[in-house]
Design a protein around this ligand. Structure first.
Ligand code: C2O
Ligand code: CU
Ligand code: CU
Length: 518
């Protein structure tokens, strides 16, 4: 089907109220989809949690003087435990949703933006209808609902738009929020809670002289990705946290469009990592630095005992190289804050003395390790080649198509799959850059990383910062690298996206579908 035919068919199907996906794939899909969605059919069973989520234009004060026009999500708890929805005060960022494993959730989305939108729950394992595929985007003024049962383990997840060709800009203007899931395993641990469990959402932005957000002006500049010249934490510039002499849990999300951070503490103390994208590690890992690419999360045990009142410790990004294309470096954007340069992210100021007897648990959670020999395709990994010819970032030489898949993108339901991301398009060597690759649905495990020759020097500046031992939904693939992962595709059939989480690349169609089939 040509794009135009596909589009008019979709429009037609929508006009008669038929599911676009089911029809665009194959007739038997209708049955599979219906069976699977029984449990999630609206009205079938009442949700435990119901949230009203509105996206709308707003104004917030970010810089001194004039307020800044943004787009933001605001959430309202309709039903469920108090504390399920909390706003980040004075921020363009959306609310924090606190969910518990097993809850049935309904999010009713009201689109009050002047354009189409759809919400994706990043890292959550939900049915395709709740996953926020661009084919489910709704027009300005419309309402839709996402229904799912929380199957994820405890961890830091997030939500953001996934609108066709508009994800980067919508996220940039403010549309993003957090989902914090808890479960019994996490609750049994003595980890810092409540006000000692702190979200840290890192984003870069640029402002014009009128305090308004400045995005990439020319579409042809997008292939490099947006780089801002100011760092915001939780929607605020020059962020300072007044904290006490105790232990905190810092849940760090890289919510930037394309900027990668190399996280370090300014006093040289190492970072104690307790979790990654899909929740707690089996045991804590101590690192001198942690790489955090767009979409990724890292959970830190941050121990400020023994510090003195008035002490300041800066979380910063330290120098690294090799992530940007050799061609077209500089280019104006982010020149004041080079990608891979050294700059502060936020400051912790010790403001109070408090006693805290907490001990870092040696065992945090149980993770069942997948074995490559158990993959259905153990001998024939599915390779996904990342390339960027002629400024078009692609996957296996293909761009996004709304509902179409190729044979190698069809995945049998309830299987373990061996996949590899290969960033070795030497024919366009000058365009090679790092791509944070993300797959919707269940979290995956990183099996190994293999580096080609000739990239050692740059790679040495980042390679000790990948925390690959836990559950992941996004993994940074450096130039010259092949990253092999193991991922299960359980419970839900349908179309699930995989793409580069450099959001400009996503909008340039560096995205494809997997079709999970029963
Ligand atoms: Cu956070 Cu499909 O993305
Ligand atoms: Cu996602
Ligand atoms: Cu990319």
């Amino acid at each position: 089907m040509s794009d135009a035919a596909d589009l008019s068919r979709r429009t037609f199907l929508r006009s008669i109220g038929l599911s676009v996906v089911a029809a665009a794939v194959a007739p038997e899909r209708l049955f599979a989809a219906d069976e699977q969605n029984l449990q999630d059919r609206p009205g079938q069973s009442e949700p435990d949690v119901e949230i009203g989520m509105t996206a709308r234009p707003a104004e917030v004060s970010i810089l001194p003087g004039r307020s800044t026009k943004v787009w933001m999500f605001s959430g309202e708890l309709v039903k469920g435990p108090p504390g399920t929805v909390t706003a980040i005060p004075d921020s363009y960022l959306g609310p924090i949703l606190r969910l518990r494993q097993g809850q049935k959730v309904r999010v009713r989305f009201h689109n009050k933006l002047p354009e189409s939108c759809v919400i994706h729950q990043h890292g959550m394992h939900v049915p395709e209808k709740a996953d926020g595929h661009p084919r489910h985007q709704i027009d300005s003024g419309q309402t839709s609902a996402y229904e799912f049962t929380v199957m994820n383990r405890a961890g830091t997840y997030w939500f953001h738009p996934h609108t066709d060709k508009r994800t980067a800009e919508q996220a940039y203007f403010g549309l993003a929020g957090l989902i914090l899931v808890t479960d019994a395993e996490e609750q049994s641990l003595d980890l810092p809670r409540d006000e000692h469990d702190i979200p840290v959402i890192i984003q870069d932005r640029s402002f014009d002289a009128q305090n308004q957000l400045r995005y990439i002006a020319h579409r042809h500049d997008r292939w490099r990705g947006f780089l801002g010249d100011r760092i915001l934490v939780n929607g605020k510039l020059d962020f300072v946290f007044p904290l006490a002499t105790r232990v905190y849990r810092l849940r760090i999300l890289n919510g930037s469009n394309s900027r990668i951070y190399k996280l370090t503490w300014s006093d040289g103390s190492p970072l104690t990592v307790i979790g990654t994208d899909g929740g707690l590690l089996e045991s804590p890992e101590v690192r001198n630095y942690v790489m955090l690419a767009p979409g990724e999360r890292v959970d830190l045990w941050a121990d400020f005992r023994g510090r003195k009142l008035g002490d300041e410790i800066t979380l910063r990004s330290s120098p690294f190289s090799g992530v940007m294309p050799m061609m077209g470096m500089g280019g104006g954007m982010g020149a004041a804050l080079p990608h891979g340069g050294e700059y502060p992210i936020m400051v912790i100021r010790i403001a109070r003395e408090e006693a805290d007897q907490r001990v870092l648990p040696r065992r945090l959670s149980q993770i069942q390790r997948y074995r490559p020999q158990d993959a259905t395709n153990a001998k024939t990994p599915r390779s996904i080649h990342l390339s960027m010819r002629g400024m078009a970032p692609q996957l296996n030489g293909r761009s996004f198509e709304m509902t179409r898949v190729t044979r190698d993108e069809i995945i049998p339901l309830n299987t373990l799959q061996l996949l590899e991301f290969v960033n070795r398009d030497y024919r366009a060597r000058g365009m090679m850059m790092a791509h944070p690759m993300h797959i919707h649905g269940q979290q995956f495990q990183v099996l190994n990383r293999e580096m080609a020759q000739g990239f050692e020097r740059q790679y040495a500046t980042v390679s000790q910062g990948f925390v690959d031992n836990g559950w992941k939904d996004t993994v940074l693939v450096m130039p010259g690298e092949k990253v092999t992962i193991l991922k299960r595709f359980d419970h839900y059939t349908g179309l699930f996206l995989y793409h580069c989480h450099n959001l400009e690349h996503e909008d340039l169609d560096m995205m494809r579908n997997f079709l999970v089939q029963a």
